[in-house]
Design a protein around this ligand. Structure first.
Ligand code: PXG
Ligand code: PLP
Length: 443
């Protein structure tokens, strides 16, 4: 029996895992392979990443080849062709006018990078007072200090209160179980929630002190919250009016999740900066980054004084293996027309998600493109105080589905669905029917 003591697992109940390990030893396309040879259907593209499916031949081959040819060359004052080629490919998919790409190794690094870029950009333009950031309740922007500070999932923040950035505020989230539960796609009500930016935030902080507003177009790890119709456009309009940068954190939405390369194109709203990660390599090698408008890049390049224009970068920014993986991943997306899969499967996916209306414990169903969630009422503790065991039902669904060979992710008491874009209707059917079976057994 392998020793499990030494690995401190991220975002995991370590003793619980180590007592009954869910150990994955291989993967192919839509499935994991476990040590006993059994298979588990991947209903969440692992961690919302593996959009092209697992171990796809072109991606595997590109990584193998690159490892033998150029294992590592840095991007600090030296370069290698693949990083430039990867940036060109990402820029080609990005919304029109967003054509410069800075690489990081993760989404968390992308978010802290975009925050530093935003502050430095304003400073270069003589607006050095613009240092505040506006995030949103229930947002997930990674775990580094900047991203955590603009995030809005309380459990991810509470232990670190003293080191959260001071200059932040949060818009309300857009969920309303009272009036907008069980809505298919974007709700027709709720656009006015964006007005909080202009009515409360701007007067309170003064526009001249605000660097940027950061939002996930569809919030992912906070429970899959779909924006009301017109909401993102209204945020865009208010930001433009007040000289505030708008950042879309597309770490989950990017690379085809909504049936377009980026959510920005799906919603027809162009931000100033986009963060991405995950799907850019279909999870095969860590990679993330920031895409910016030409005007932002040009402002840095035209900054006075010789030398480095942006004092920021990671040792592994633009790593050759990650660059090779990204190029092969984008080839795979294009060759298989995978960004169109959400459009082809949207109705089946939506019907599957909303078939849970009326199922035990289900208080909301939400979906857009190939991302969705059902929300369960938290389990009451029945101790006379009205307290609940938050997340217990969600976790039980995850464990029971795993035992039946289907992986879906609990985020609190939400059960999230985000299958690889290569999935077929039969995979959706299996995923939803397994969850339905399991829900009937959850106390
Ligand atoms: N922004 C968004 C919108 C994300 O979804 C990050 C930033 C951070 O990316 P990295 O690569 O640093 O993890 C994410 C990542 C979950 C879960 O609980 C979600 C994410 C990561 C890990 C777990 O479902 N999203
Ligand atoms: N800590 C030390 C001591 C380092 O030398 C470096 C990078 O040179 C870092 C942290 C940052 O590491 P990375 O560039 O991989 O983010």
């Amino acid at each position: 029996m392998q020793k499990l003591d030494h690995y401190w697992m991220p975002y995991t109940d370590n003793p619980r895992f180590k007592a009954a390990p869910k150990m994955i030893v291989g993967a192919k396309d839509m499935y994991y392979r476990l040590a006993d040879g059994s298979e588990v259907l991947d209903g969440l593209a692992t961690l919302w990443c593996v959009n092209a499916g697992h171990c796809r031949p072109k991606i595997v081959e590109a990584i193998r080849k690159q490892a033998g040819e150029l294992d590592f060359a840095a991007s600090f004052s030296t370069g290698h062709p693949l990083a430039f080629a990867a940036a060109e490919r990402v820029a080609a998919l990005a919304p029109k006018g967003m054509d410069h790409v800075f690489f990081t190794n993760s989404g968390s690094e992308a978010v802290d990078t975009v925050m530093k870029m935003a502050v430095a950009y304003h400073r270069l333009r003589g607006e050095g007072a613009r240092t505040r950031f506006i995030g949103r309740e229930k947002a997930y922007h990674g775990v580094n200090i900047g991203g955590m500070s603009v995030s809005g999932v309380p459990v991810n923040r509470k232990a670190y209160g003293g080191i959260l950035l001071g200059g932040t505020d949060h818009l309300r989230h857009t969920q309303d179980l009272g009036t907008r539960a069980f809505v298919r796609g974007c709700a027709t009500t709720g656009v006015e929630l964006a007005d909080e930016l202009e009515q409360r935030i701007v007067p309170l902080h003064d526009a001249g002190n605000i660097a940027a507003v950061i939002v996930e177009p569809v919030a992912g790890a906070g429970g899959v919250l779909v924006p009301p119709q017109g909401y993102l456009q209204r945020l865009r309009d208010i930001c433009t009016k007040h000289g505030i940068l708008l950042i879309f954190d597309e770490v989950i939405c990017g690379f085809g999740r909504l049936g377009k390369p980026f959510a920005s194109q799906y919603f027809g709203v162009t931000p100033d900066m986009i963060t991405f990660a995950k799907g850019v390599t279909s999870g095969s090698v860590p990679l993330g980054g920031v895409i910016v408008k030409k005007e932002i890049y040009d402002t840095f390049m035209q900054s006075p004084g010789a030398g480095v224009q942006f004092f920021h970068g990671y040792t592994y920014s633009g790593h050759p293996l990650a660059s090779a993986a990204a190029i092969a991943t984008m080839d795979t997306y294009a060759e298989e027309d995978l960004f169109n899969r959400p459009n082809q499967l949207a109705q089946a996916f939506e019907d599957g998600i909303h078939s849970f209306k009326g199922a035990p414990h289900v208080i909301d169903c939400r979906n857009l493109g190939l991302i969705g969630a059902i929300e369960l009422a938290p389990r009451p503790l029945n101790d006379g105080t009205g307290a609940v065991a938050a997340g217990a039902r969600g976790f039980e669904v995850f464990e029971k589905c795993w035992a039946k060979g289907v992986f879906v992710r609990p985020v609190g008491d939400n059960v999230a669905f985000c299958p690889p874009l290569i999935c077929e209707k039969q995979h959706l059917d299996r995923m939803f029917s397994t969850v339905a079976e399991v829900l009937g057994t959850v106390a």
